[in-house]
Design a binder for this molecule. Structure first.
Ligand code: 5AD
Ligand code: SF4
Length: 477
């Protein structure tokens, strides 16, 4: 589960990155060790769904640059529009269908425009996307990005093109991603692909295929390159990072190797699985101050019978023991979760167990969803989707209400504390304020106060106010 932003559909062009305000075109866009050839055509890539998708966008961008594409922040002057899609819930797919219908209108006024779908929906729907109402010219699955040159060529010669073959080996480890959506300070590094867990509600094992780990040498190299370019925080991404394994290098070993690059490089990771996270990982996190004290540990439900139906591989008690272990080893670690309400056959009492688990853990933050049946998953085949949507939503609103209270409580406890903040940029509300995160992944906003600081600097901030979403403070050094 890499989906830290699962219900948030952020089109790739909405980032406030300075690079996106200009067109990334011309001949001198330089990646580490690589000069990209002069560009003639332009691509516009819109990314939906999880961080893994954002990371994939950067990989396909590198492939497109190799065949002479530049990048534009607007579909208006694009020759190729690619939607990097998510299939995790039905409403994610509905959004894409609607977007494709809009693009069909654009296509009428721009006959040469190529429209492509990449990512999880490409894999799930395959040729259905091509058949449907002439909406799409090109379909490229998550393991087929190296084939983009051939696919584009086919479309240019007037055909439809598709490659949705899944691979057991592909990790794109040798591709230097083009950081299109960057603030220049924080970046993602994909460390593995696919998922072998088969949670019964989840389509990801079908759309992204078998789990495979990327070689650690290329991961460390990419992190070093990023640090040398001025990046200060990297997030190691995988559907289940705790099962990372490459030539006996475990996830804990990998974390250590990356943490040792430089104490000024912060490390985050996502997503952990409660059944797999080890003490070794927790001790490694505790040992290195630059490994952020934040764990996203999705529970999904607080009831052991539902967890069994979900095929999660742990019980409520096991989960709570893990939480205790995290708190023992790192008392200052913040914890977030994913919750699904209204899973097949969930009773009111079982839903209450989820609410009580949330209270017991006192999560700092959470992503919360109501259950959406996905065709082909174990749950779709085995269990009736028998909770009415209105009831799923009612349970979800209770879960959200509890979480809002927990988040506020957690933030109020931070008043009077000082944190080291990595400045990411101006706050959204005012250019007079900086914003950045503390190690616990909380967003902190504070006045610039004429200090000679810039994005990428670390600064110590004393917290003096808190809301559900943000901490407010002032610079003390
Ligand atoms: N319905 C609702 N939520 C889902 N998730 C995954 N599959 C589904 C589904 N079918 C949620 C899980 C997962 C997160 C990324 O999305 O909580 O951890
Ligand atoms: Fe995450 Fe489970 Fe889906 Fe794998 S199957 S991506 S572990 S929710």
């Amino acid at each position: 589960m890499s989906h830290l932003l699962p219900n948030v559909f952020t089109p790739g062009n909405l980032n406030n990155s300075p690079q996106l305000n200009e067109e990334l075109q011309g001949s001198a866009y330089v990646q580490p060790d690589k000069q990209i050839q002069a560009t003639t055509k332009k691509a516009y890539i819109e990314t939906y769904g999880c961080q893994m998708n954002f990371s994939d966008t950067e990989i396909i961008a590198a492939q497109l640059a190799e065949i002479g594409f530049g990048f534009t922040p607007s579909e208006n002057n694009a020759d190729l529009v690619l939607l990097n899609t998510c299939a995790i819930r039905e409403n994610a797919e509905t959004k894409i269908w609607n977007r494709l219908k809009q693009l069909k209108v654009t296509k009428k006024s721009k006959p040469g425009l190529m429209v492509g779908v990449m990512g999880c929906m490409a894999e799930r729907l395959k040729t259905k996307l091509l058949d449907q109402e002439q909406l799409v010219d090109l379909v490229v699955g998550p393991d087929a990005y190296r084939d983009i040159a051939r696919l584009v060529e086919e479309v240019e010669s007037g055909q439809k093109a598709v490659n949705v073959l899944l691979s057991r080996e592909e990790t794109y480890s040798d591709i230097a991603p083009i950081r299109l959506n960057t603030n220049g300070i924080t970046a993602f590094i994909s460390i593995m692909r696919g998922c072998d867990n088969m949670c019964s509600f989840c389509v990801v094992p079908f759309t992204r295929g078998r789990e495979r780990s990327r070689d650690y040498q290329s991961i460390v190299q990419e992190a070093e390159d990023l640090f040398n370019q001025g990046y200060k925080e990297i997030t190691l991404l995988g559907q289940n990072v705790d099962s990372y394994n490459f030539e006996n290098c475990t996830f804990a070993n990998l974390l250590e190797k990356v943490a040792l690059i430089n104490p000024l490089l912060r490390i985050r990771f996502s997503t952990s699985h409660p059944k797999d996270i080890t003490d070794e990982v927790l001790f490694t996190m505790a040992k290195y101050p630059n490994i952020c004290k934040f764990i996203h540990l999705p529970a999904q439900s607080g009831n052991s019978r539902i967890l069994e139906l979900m095929n999660r591989g742990y019980t409520r008690e096991w989960y709570l023991n893990k939480i205790n272990r995290i708190r023992e080893i790192m008392p200052n670690c913040s914890i977030s979760t994913d919750i699904i309400t209204g899973f097949c056959s969930e009773t009111i009492d079982e839903h209450q167990d989820t609410l009580s688990l949330m209270e017991t853990v006192a999560y700092d933050s959470a992503f919360m969803f109501y259950y959406s049946e996905r065709p082909g998953t174990l749950a779709a085949r085995k269990y009736p989707d028998d909770i009415p949507e209105s009831e799923k939503k009612r349970r979800l609103s209770e879960v959200i209400e509890v979480q809002q209270k927990l988040a506020l409580n957690s933030n109020l406890k931070d008043i009077g504390k000082t944190f080291e903040i990595l400045i990411e940029g101006n706050s959204k509300r005012s250019e007079k304020d900086w914003c950045g995160r503390n190690s616990q992944n909380k967003m902190v906003v504070f006045p610039k106060d004429n200090y000679p600081l810039k994005p990428g600097d670390y600064v110590t901030v004393l917290i003096n106010q808190a809301s559900t979403a943000t901490l407010l403070g002032e610079i003390i050094s």
